[in-house]
Ligand binder design. Structure first.
Ligand code: GLN
Length: 198
């Protein structure tokens, strides 16, 4: 299975490293051909407004959006979550999302850069110990559609969710060296999708 990490902006290298440590052969993708040829996609943390503008200006926006909406397994961390959300609160004017994840996400909901924090988080589907989660100008999820499974919460706000073939976290597992979320994406989400389409 070819896993691509969207390489327009953000912490691409860290995701590739984490995925490869899990046994995948992940590659950075940023052209039409590269994005067309992958089986699964990771959208990194970074700045959602920048990633969405670059996707638009490189003519990749519809391709990425269509591939996600057509069932390609996709994982987004932080900015990646925002880019997957069907609706975004506190977006900048004209900010677009690829969509596919049936949630309303609020950008920068936990506050500004100085309000960044770390905490040990219980995550459904990830066995103990708790996961050290790093939140950097992170979004939270205000509401979820009926099919969306909430995997983790902070103060009653969803921060990790799964919507069928889409996984998203408000935090950055790629920065911790703990690859359990990437492993969950590869071994659970991607494998289930492959089974259904086999
Ligand atoms: N606040 C950023 C955004 O809107 C996300 C921050 C992050 O990915 N660490 O994209």
């Amino acid at each position: 299975m070819k896993v691509g990490v969207l390489a327009l902006q953000g912490d691409v290298r860290e995701h590739i490293l984490a995925l490869n440590e899990c046994g995948a052969s992940a590659q950075a993708v940023k052209t039409h051909d590269e994005i067309s040829s992958i089986d699964a996609l990771v959208i990194p943390g970074g700045e959602s407004t920048t990633i969405s503008k670059l996707a638009r200006s490189f003519n990749l926006f519809e391709l990425i959006s269509n591939r996600i909406l057509n069932g390609m397994p996709t994982y987004g961390s932080c900015a990646g979550l925002i880019l997957l959300a069907n609706k975004v609160e506190d977006a900048i004017v004209g900010q677009e999302s690829f969509g596919g994840l049936d949630v309303v996400a609020r950008r920068n909901a936990f506050g500004r850069q100085v309000d960044s924090f770390e905490m040990d988080l219980e995550i459904k589907g990830i066995s103990s110990p708790k996961f050290r989660a790093i939140f950097i100008r992170a979004p939270w999820i205000e509401s979820v559609g009926t099919k969306v499974e909430v995997l983790a919460q902070v103060d009653g706000r969803a921060v990790a969710v799964r919507d069928g073939h889409i996984l998203a976290t408000s935090f950055h597992p790629e920065l911790t060296g703990d690859n359990r979320i990437h492993r969950y994406f590869l071994d659970v989400v991607c494998k289930e999708v492959a089974k259904v389409s086999a």
